[in-house]
Design a protein around this ligand. Structure first.
Ligand SMILES: Cc1ncc(COP(=O)(O)O)c(C=O)c1O
Length: 445
């Protein structure tokens, strides 16, 4: 492979002397051959410090639904910055954003704002326990709900420790967590309604909430199996538990009414992050009005110096107005582009004999490279994903794509943005042709 990344290498080396490990979020170290340093983004494109240009499908880990540096968003931020960057107090802006959320998402009867989805998940789980008086949260293997002690339980357990199919182990990938946190969780496999029923039955009367990504996007891209979301709703109603949809990725990407509108379900609480701020640190907890009572009464604490920060609110108001202006075109337009990209990648895979399988609703999708001998067909859950996805082979293909100016996510996900055009998809596929050719030549199984 060539080395087009000399300036990024130089900066990464310099960063080691001041930034612990050289990066500010562990996952960024995954980027091969070196974590890249960027100078500028515009629309669907991004330029690194070596002057390389990319068609970007990483899009700020999905936050940039409107692409890089859209003019309207930049103007909204600049105008607000001149009025004030932070008040730690009320503003009409926060009502503007809350009212837009109410109008777009049926379940958003009330909201509270934070600055990251990790925080919002912590609030949601605290609220669920505070409201129900029950101790346990059920979550699904492979689902990611932020990096807190609670959010990472059951995320990426190693195969030798993942427990039986009936009783997945509660594991946390980090040292240093409060060990008792693990006791507060029940882990279930995704996409198996009968197994879910069994897990809830095992802990009857003790479950405060079931939390889930409506389409699992942090381990492959696994849409919910038929009947799964209805089963979660039914079990939550039966148990008096809260159904918590973590729409950090799906929110606004799947339409104005988010994944809950797209799949047709009605959660008690919803977590929003990423696209709600279009790339600024903004996140929200939304839900049914009565669920917020313990916060309103002050029995459950929700706080934060930078909550409802006016810069973030100005950005969010612009983002939500953009979605509202698109009307019923969204998400159909985004999905059509995603489908074109998927079809093109699958065609290249056939031409170059690369065992690539795309999965997901095209608004976001995952490219799995099957391990030698692995069965073809849709991946169902976390374990299936680990058993069939050839991560090193994907890392090689991803690097080839990067070298030819196409940037996907390190773990195989691709995010479309509203800044992508048909011409961008054509260019991406032309570039990808060279990348597949390189991969086919260099990769040795
Ligand atoms: C589904 C989901 N929930 C929560 C989070 C945490 O969001 P943040 O990184 O903004 O804290 C993420 C981040 O990727 C996510 O994908």
């Amino acid at each position: 492979m060539t080395d087009r990344f000399t300036e990024s290498r130089r900066l990464f080396e310099r960063a080691q002397q001041s930034i612990a490990g050289g990066v500010n979020s562990g996952i960024r170290k995954m980027e091969q051959p070196v974590p890249l340093y960027f100078a500028r983004g515009a629309g669907s494109r991004l330029w690194d410090v070596d002057g390389n240009e990319y068609l970007d499908f990483q899009t700020g880990q999905g936050a940039l639904l409107f692409g890089h540096a859209p003019t309207g968003l930049a103007d909204a931020l600049a105008a607000q910055a001149r009025l004030g960057t932070h008040w730690a107090a009320q503003s009409e802006l926060e009502i503007d954003v809350a009212e837009r959320l109410q109008s777009m998402v049926p379940g958003a009867e009330r909201v509270r704002f934070n600055n990251s989805a990790t925080e919002v998940v912590m609030s949601a789980l605290r609220l669920a326990r505070g409201l129900t008086g029950k101790p346990l949260v059920l979550k699904f293997e492979g689902h990611y709900h932020g990096w807190s002690d609670e959010g990472l339980v059951g995320f990426a357990p190693p195969p030798d420790k993942w427990g039986t199919a009936d009783e997945p182990t509660r594991l946390h990938p980090s040292k240093g967590i409060i060990p008792e946190v693990l006791d507060q969780f029940v882990v279930a496999r995704w996409n198996d309604p009968e197994h879910l029923r069994h897990r809830v039955d095992q802990y009857r009367g003790k479950i405060a909430a079931i939390i889930f990504e409506p389409a699992l996007c942090n381990t492959g891209c696994l849409e919910p199996a038929a009947g799964l979301l209805a089963t979660i709703r039914e079990l939550c109603d039966r148990e008096g538990a809260l159904m918590i949809a973590d729409e950090t990725i799906t929110g606004f990407r799947f339409g104005a009414a988010c994944a809950q509108g797209y799949y047709g379900f009605s959660p008690d609480l919803t977590i929003f992050g990423k696209a709600i701020g279009g790339g600024v640190p903004f996140a929200a907890l939304a839900g049914k009005a009565k669920v917020f009572d313990p916060i309103i009464r002050g029995e459950v604490v929700h706080a934060g110096t930078l909550n409802a920060n006016p810069l973030c609110l100005a950005a969010s108001r612009w983002c939500l107005d953009e979605i509202l202006a698109l009307g019923p075109q969204h998400p159909a337009g985004l999905q059509r582009l995603g489908q074109r990209l998927i079809a093109g990648l699958e065609k290249l895979a056939r031409e170059y004999n690369v065992p690539l399988q795309a999965q997901g609703p095209a608004l976001v999708f995952h490219t799995t490279l099957l391990k030698p001998g692995a069965a073809t067909g849709p991946i169902r859950d976390y374990r299936d994903y680990v058993q069939r996805h050839d991560a090193p082979r994907w890392a090689h293909l991803r690097r080839c794509l990067l070298e030819h100016g196409v940037r996907a996510i390190e773990r195989g996900l691709w995010f479309l943005s509203l800044a992508h055009s048909d011409a961008d998809i054509d260019t991406a596929l032309t570039r990808a042709t060279a990348a597949f050719a390189q991969h086919a030549t260099e990769w040795k199984t």
